[in-house]
Write a protein that binds this ligand. Sequence first.
Ligand code: ADP
Length: 263
Amino acid sequence: MLDVSGLSKTYGEGRRVTHAIADLSFSVSEGEFVCVVGPSGCGKTTLLRCMAGLLAPTSGRVALRGQVVDGPPEQIGFVFQEYSRSLMPWLSLRDNIALPLRHKALGRDERNRLVEDAVESVGLTGFMDHYPWELSGGMQQRVAIARALAYQPEILLMDEPFASVDAQTRADLEDLVLRVRTAYGVTVVFVTHDIDEAVYLGDRVVVLTPPPTAVQEVLPVALPEPRDQVETKELPEFAHLRAHIFRSIKRKQDDTPDLPAPT
Ligand code: ADP
């Protein structure tokens, strides 16, 4: 469904050049939940922005069902890390969630139904007329998820969406994403630096190398469904996968020489 091939991205030029991504190739099948994990600064956000058509790659390409992505495709929804900056403080929940639907030719009833279904799926019915700043961080991130779902994307790209909430809220949000993924039948690409989160959520985990960034390995996750925060994490297979990824990233980091200081 989604193909990333030979993708590279360089920022800046001359002495201020940063090779954010050296060479990335992987693909995502319809209905899959793919987690991309790698150390901070290895280009995960850059990759997602290229996949969303928000950033042009330096070379290589992203293709959606064979069509090169050269601008934001209608089929893609995006949930950003910084929920507090992605919601409009002067709009109620209802209006925040309805905002992207302006671009779709929908009648008022249809639009209201999409908004209400999305709000219900993230458990925020009753907060429709609240403003984002009246809600906790976890609730705000649920609003951002509802906004992406109401748009009915075929693919949801999520950029470290739970990085700034507490551990219990994070676990609740992980389970919420797994539930809405099934309810909406959406394909998910989820970027995180958290190895446990990647293994818990993913059908496959794409492990990235430190810069210059490439795909280190792609691991299938054969853990039983539905996942459970306690039972799944007690399974030997879960422990084995997380240890394997941890060692693999650590080994690569130890093997990677520090970049020479700019002269
Ligand atoms: P990650 O999401 O894995 O932390 P990023 O994609 O944010 O990684 O960044 C990868 C590298 O690219 C980092 O070295 C970062 O400083 C650099 N970078 C990211 N965005 C820009 C930009 N707009 N201009 C210059 N350098 C950037």
